[in-house]
Design a protein around this ligand. Structure first.
Ligand SMILES: Nc1nc2c(ncn2[C@@H]2O[C@H](COP(=O)(O)OP(=O)(O)OP(=O)(O)O)[C@@H](O)[C@H]2O)c(=O)[nH]1
Ligand SMILES: [Mg+2]
Length: 178
């Protein structure tokens, strides 16, 4: 049986996980330069969203979004994961501390000790009172990266404009084995 790597897409409700999935699907269907077509609509995910993505060098990955409203049962999906994308809404400063606590509990989970982690600061198209440097320092990001057992990459994204999408795809290619 052929097993496909699974990347878990996690983050609080409304951070943009479903839009990212749809954007990645569009990149692959109609090409990178067509990514600015009509903004796909999304609804809050109650449960899970799955898409399979074909990458370069005949690799494949399954992206599994887990809805923010079901964070209490995220851990039941951890043992299947080969990598994790954790998304933060960088325009929502009131959500920063709860997202940070959520991220710490994801990083502490036993089945996720060896996975590669991509931390995405999304909605960079929305002007925000706090700079990204301030948000990262509120997160104590340097301490988190130093003490984590995982390899953590950080990225900025606008899932709505498409800025940063190609970098997410490149990261997926770099961490997908099969
Ligand atoms: N301006 C802007 N809006 C965004 C961006 N990404 C997502 N959104 C909007 O944010 C809202 C929530 O996006 P979703 O993708 O449904 O959020 P989610 O993380 O899947 O939320 P749950 O499924 O509830 O966990 C939608 O109206 C999106 O269009 C972005 O980069 N910029
Ligand atoms: Mg969703």
């Amino acid at each position: 049986m052929i097993r496909i790597d699974t990347c878990l897409l996690l983050g609080a409700t409304g951070v943009g996980k479903t839009l990212l999935l749809k954007r990645l699907q569009n990149i692959l269907w109609i090409g990178y330069w067509a990514k600015l077509m009509a903004l796909p609509s999304t609804l809050p995910t109650v449960g899970t969203n799955l898409i399979d993505i074909s990458l370069k060098r005949r690799k494949k990955v399954t992206l599994r979004e887990l809805g923010g409203c079901m964070s209490s049962i995220w851990p039941s999906y951890y043992s299947d994961a080969s990598s994790v994308i954790f998304m933060v809404d960088a325009s929502n400063t009131s959500q920063v501390s709860s997202s940070c606590i959520q991220l710490l509990s994801v990083l502490a989970a036993e089945p996720l000790q060896d996975v590669s982690v991509l931390l995405i600061f999304n909605k960079r198209d929305i002007p925000c009172l706090m700079s990204l440097i301030e948000i990262k320092s509120l997160f104590r990001l340097e301490d988190i990266i130093t003490s984590a057992t995982q390899s953590i990459t950080t990225m900025e994204l606008s899932a709505s404009s498409g800025q940063g999408l190609q970098e997410v795809l490149t990261w997926l290619e770099s961490v997908t084995v099969k």
